[in-house]
Design a protein around this ligand. Structure first.
Ligand SMILES: Cc1cc2nc3c(=O)[nH]c(=O)nc-3n(C[C@H](O)[C@H](O)[C@H](O)COP(=O)(O)OP(=O)(O)OC[C@H]3O[C@@H](n4cnc5c(N)ncnc54)[C@H](O)[C@@H]3O)c2cc1C
Ligand SMILES: *[C@@H]1O[C@H](CO)[C@@H](O)[C@H](O)[C@H]1NC(C)=O
Ligand SMILES: *[C@@H]1O[C@H](CO)[C@@H](O)[C@H](O)[C@H]1NC(C)=O
Ligand SMILES: *[C@@H]1O[C@H](CO)[C@@H](O)[C@H](O)[C@H]1NC(C)=O
Length: 569
């Protein structure tokens, strides 16, 4: 048994929330001591809203908090697009969510501390559960009165200097079925939780236009689509597809499309592997296109491909802070500036800099407390990370003196960047991925909360913020995914979930499943998941078959998970 430690929120118990109307312009209402605008009602926006209301009532007395969300409900990327046809590039869908989306991490590791998924929730739930979880959270903590749906922040500019000033915020109010109007008002603080899976990164290659324009007669029309537009693997039935990338999006597309496509390739960077479980033929990076073919960096080319899915990730953009709407966040893809020379905040699409611990703006000309981000770190369990960040933000709003000086924070940032360079990494490429030494996502969260203990606003309890079971669940996510797959195949999934309700009980489910799978894999000699790439499998299989099997005959085999394929073989 792992020792289970639950982190209890140390702030005073929640007082009944004041259901004041946020746009309180009535003359008798005392002017608020602070006004705070939050942008976005995904994991990040809900986290900061809840955490602000966890502050003792006397501390947040007179604060006015407004959350603007452009869409119809909470949940961010977990809230599907409205029904109807998808928009075409350059118009973007509201969410990259596709019908088959399940989490790739076990839900107990994805929760806000102290708020579990409902009993019997599958360990790797489909997207509906995640959206519902966010809705339940807002409801349970009485946050809904502060949420303004169909309110899109179109501009936010800082009117002031590095010491004081205010935000001029322009909001487009889109009344469903009615006319939209623009409203303007000022705020003292702006908290940005706009997500970073909304603006697709689309690599540019020579020759794409000619390739797209020259579909050979009698074959499906050639297309190149970013994964933000990916919805239904059936669309790829009998097609020949190249999936570019092996990140979360490329991985899912590969796993799903390889089951319907005639042939699927996966184009990979030198340090990535084809997706385990996907029957795909690995290719290197694309070099360029001709009218008839796709040419790869190793000089090989493919002539019969008709579809390309770009799992090439997303860009960090905050349009309402950037020109032409605002001068707060400069857009500089070539990274001509660095954290010490930047005249404002800058995004190179991978990294928004300079910030203090991926949260507070260190831009000259704006006080650090005026602008904070929630949710910039990549590849983390968002909800717990968002709460750790929100704890720092909420306490700094309550007591700005706990924040180091801008100069000290900048020095800390430059140290982090130097450390990354020493490890051979480019900090402006790494961006908000937490890859520096002692900078795992859990260390990052622990450090944020430890800081609040060190400065005395949270009591020292000798515990780490991230509970041991959360670390275990994240560390063994792939093992648990295989365990869950097997439980489903055996029809035993429900049995594993029965009775789990509290965090400790969910932790126990993960622990028992991991042991069950480890024992199975020990006994059956299944190699480590990391080695189970299809590439490895192809080599392995061809060796056993004495070269009697070709790539394409492997690809024609029943599309299945690695495990099934391996056993069947
Ligand atoms: C396909 C996909 C699968 C994923 N799977 C997993 C997983 O399995 N496990 C995991 O841990 N993480 C996963 N993630 C990561 C996911 O991004 C996080 O789990 C988390 O939901 C992000 O929350 P967020 O609040 O930061 O951003 P978002 O969910 O993007 O929310 C941002 C919100 O801000 C709103 N907004 C933006 N701009 C404005 C504006 N100008 N005015 C008003 N509102 C605005 C948006 O409408 C949106 O609702 C996945 C992401 C994607 C894209
Ligand atoms: C939410 O509000 C209701 C009604 O005012 C109250 O009974 C309940 O305790 C509140 N819940 C929380 C978590 O504050
Ligand atoms: C490629 O196709 C375009 C038309 O789509 C044509 O104008 C061009 O000449 C072709 N290039 C070659 C090298 O054939
Ligand atoms: C930023 O760039 C300036 C000028 O090119 C250089 O002197 C400085 O060392 C750089 N600082 C960092 C933190 O990279």
């Amino acid at each position: 048994m792992v020792r289970l430690v639950s982190f209890t929120f140390v702030l005073l118990p929640l007082a009944a929330l004041a259901h004041q109307e946020p746009f309180s312009a009535l003359p008798h209402v005392k002017s608020p001591s602070k006004s705070i605008a939050i942008v976005g009602a995904g994991s990040g926006g809900l986290a900061i809203l809840k955490t602000i209301f966890d502050l003792p009532e006397d501390v947040r007395q007179g604060w006015e908090v407004v959350l603007y969300e452009q869409r119809r409900d909470v949940g961010g990327v977990w809230l599907p697009d409205p029904p109807g046809p998808l928009p075409h590039f350059p118009k973007l869908p509201e969410s990259p969510l596709y019908p088959l989306l399940h989490t790739n991490t076990p839900h107990p590791t994805m929760t806000y501390p102290g708020f579990t998924y409902p009993p019997l929730t599958p360990l790797f739930p489909s997207h509906e559960y995640v959206q519902q979880y966010h809705a339940d959270y807002a409801e349970h903590y009485n946050l809904t009165a502060y949420l303004h749906f169909h309110h899109k922040v179109v501009a936010a500019d800082w009117v002031g200097d590095s010491e004081q000033g205010e935000w001029d915020v322009v909001v487009e109010v889109q009344q469903p079925g009615g006319p939209s109007h623009v409203s303007k008002r000022s705020f003292d603080h702006l908290i940005v939780a706009n997500g970073h899976n909304h603006y697709p990164h689309i690599p540019q290659w020579d020759g794409t236009e000619g390739w797209l324009a020259n579909t050979p007669r009698g074959t499906p029309k050639r297309q190149i689509l970013h994964s933000i537009y990916y919805r239904d693997p059936a669309k790829y039935t009998n097609r020949i597809v190249v999936i570019v990338g092996a990140g979360a999006s490329g991985r899912d597309a590969a796993l799903q499309v390889c089951k319907t496509a005639r042939l699927a390739y996966q184009s990979l960077t030198p340090n990535s592997e084809p997706t385990p479980g996907a029957t795909v033929i690995p290719k290197p990076r694309i070099a360029y296109f001709t009218n008839t073919s796709i040419v790869f960096e190793d000089g090989t080319s493919l002539e019969d491909v008709d579809s390309i899915i770009l799992g090439t990730g997303y860009e960090f953009r905050v349009p309402f802070l950037s020109p032409p709407h605002s001068s707060v966040l400069d857009v500089d893809p070539d990274t001509t500036y660095n954290s010490t020379t930047a005249p404002s905040l800058v995004t190179n699409f991978r990294y928004i800099f300079p910030t203090h611990r991926h949260i507070f703006s260190l831009a000259p000309g704006i006080p650090p407390t005026a602008l904070a981000f929630v949710g910039l770190p990549v590849l983390v369990a968002n909800c717990p990370s968002d709460i750790a960040q929100s704890l720092l933000i909420a306490h700094v709003l309550a007591n700005p003196s706990i924040l180091p000086t801008r100069a000290d924070m900048l020095e800390e940032l430059v140290k982090r960047e130097d450390k990354l360079r020493e490890a051979g990494l480019d900090p402006y490429y790494v961006g908000h991925r937490l890859v520096a030494e002692s900078e795992t996502d859990q260390d990052y969260q622990d450090n944020l909360v430890q800081y609040l203990k060190d400065v005395g606003v949270l009591p020292e309890d000798g515990k780490k913020y991230v509970e041991p079971w959360r670390r275990l669940g994240r560390g063994k996510a792939q093992l648990l995914a295989r365990a869950w797959q097997r439980a489903l195949q055996l029809g035993e999934d429900r049995k594993w979930l029965e009775g789990a309700e509290t965090e400790e009980e969910w932790a126990d489910v993960m622990e028992r499943l991991a042991k069950w799978q480890e024992a199975y894999e020990d006994e059956h000699g299944i190699p480590e998941f990391e080695d189970q790439s299809v590439w490895y499998l192809l080599n392995h299989v061809s060796r056993r078959a004495g070269d009697g099997i070709s790539f394409s005959c492997w690809i024609q085999m029943d599309r299945c998970t690695y495990l099934e394929a391996y056993l069947r073989w």
